[in-house]
Design a protein around this ligand. Structure first.
Ligand code: P6P
Length: 339
């Protein structure tokens, strides 16, 4: 039987190939992977552990926090703060940035994460996941002595140096890019390590499967309504083919399906909260997922522009998200420009 390549060996060999993964970034990615293994253990306990239900608190988004949201957040903070690879972290579950305490050395990277995305699915045993994104602290002036601040995080998504997610489903699977394609690592529970199971993942440019929360249809803007109505019209309609629909209400699970077999995922702006550009967060949901999708040959826009080109103005900024099979994303985006 051919020996499986571990995550560590993959990262070391990638570093040898093109130097994309300097030692500090390799350490960061291995520490995040180890944290995800610990989160998986907590998630897998379910009712057997003291981890289910709500924590009785709200996050900065005003959302009720699940116990596991807080556990996952603490696991990621504790795993990453001492290694000397990070200057600071930011999380959906924390109002401001978390600067690495003075008792530890500071590194050059910034780590952002949604520690447990899809947490509305925790109590019903549906796949959830951790999403992470890595930036350099001072992208413009690496030599500055300025202390790290929230403004350092406000970089467009095309400046990410690594991004990925870990999905806690029937398998625990880490999906990662450092800018040279997308690789997938499945947790081998007997060894206790992530092993390479797929690389150079590609998203088909066309699809017959869309993912959107249809209950919001009456609130959508016209271009989104037009696209979905054409999909629903099927063979007899302008698309000339029938479509299937999926909505797991867990972005990690919906995006993973798209990376595995294609599709389009949409969480567009809607008029329920007209002052918000969308529901999902730019820095630690749309940017990492958008880069993964692009690295796999797909596309990711907010309906008007490439998500990775959006200049953030605040840490918890929201965004409209249309991502997946390239030709479908381009079609929806063209409808937004009136074509
Ligand atoms: P809705 C989960 O809370 C999340 O942030 C994404 O993972 C998911 O795609 C979306 O919200 C689901 O939202 O409104 O369908 O429950």
């Amino acid at each position: 039987m051919t020996e499986r390549i571990s995550l560590t060996r993959y990262l070391v060999e990638q570093q040898r190939v093109d130097g994309r993964i300097p030692p500090q970034l390799r350490l960061l990615l291995e520490v995040v992977a180890r944290a995800c293994k610990r989160i998986a253990l907590a998630v897998n306990k379910g009712d057997l552990g003291e981890v289910m239900g709500t924590a009785g608190t709200e996050n900065v988004q005003g959302e009720v926090q699940k116990k596991l949201d807080i556990i996952a957040n603490e696991v990621l903070i504790e795993a990453n703060e001492w290694g000397g690879h990070l200057a600071a972290m930011a999380s959906e579950e924390m109002d401001g940035i978390y600067v690495v305490p003075n008792r530890f050395p500071q590194g050059e990277y910034l780590l952002m994460f949604d520690p447990l995305d899809g947490s509305s699915n925790i109590d019903v045993n549906v796949s959830i996941g951790t999403i992470f994104s890595v930036l350099r602290k001072h992208h413009d002036d690496p030599n500055t002595a300025e202390p790290v601040a929230e403004a350092d995080f406000l970089q467009p998504g095309h400046q990410q140096v690594a991004a990925g997610y870990c999905i806690y489903g029937p398998q625990t699977t880490l999906v990662l890019t450092v800018g040279d394609g997308v690789a997938m690592f499945t947790l081998d529970r007997e060894q206790g390590s992530f092993v390479l199971t797929r690389e150079n993942i590609r998203i088909p440019e066309d699809t017959k499967e869309f993912a959107i929360n249809m209950s919001n249809m009456r609130h959508w803007d016209e271009p989104v309504k037009r696209y979905i109505q054409e999909c629903l019209a099927g063979k007899e309609g302008p698309r000339g083919k029938d479509f299937n629909m999926r909505w797991i209400a867990s972005m990690v699970a919906d995006v993973h399906r798209i990376l595995m077999r294609g599709g389009i995922f949409m969480y567009p702006w809607d008029k329920r909260e007209p002052n918000k550009p969308g529901k999902l967060r730019l820095m630690y949901e749309a940017n990492p997922m958008g880069w993964l999708v692009e690295q796999a040959g797909g596309a990711a826009t907010n309906g008007k522009q490439r998500i990775l080109d959006i200049q953030p103005t605040q840490l918890h900024e929201r965004v409209s998200v249309i991502l997946g099979s390239k030709n479908e994303v381009e079609r929806v985006t063209s409808y937004h420009s009136g074509i």
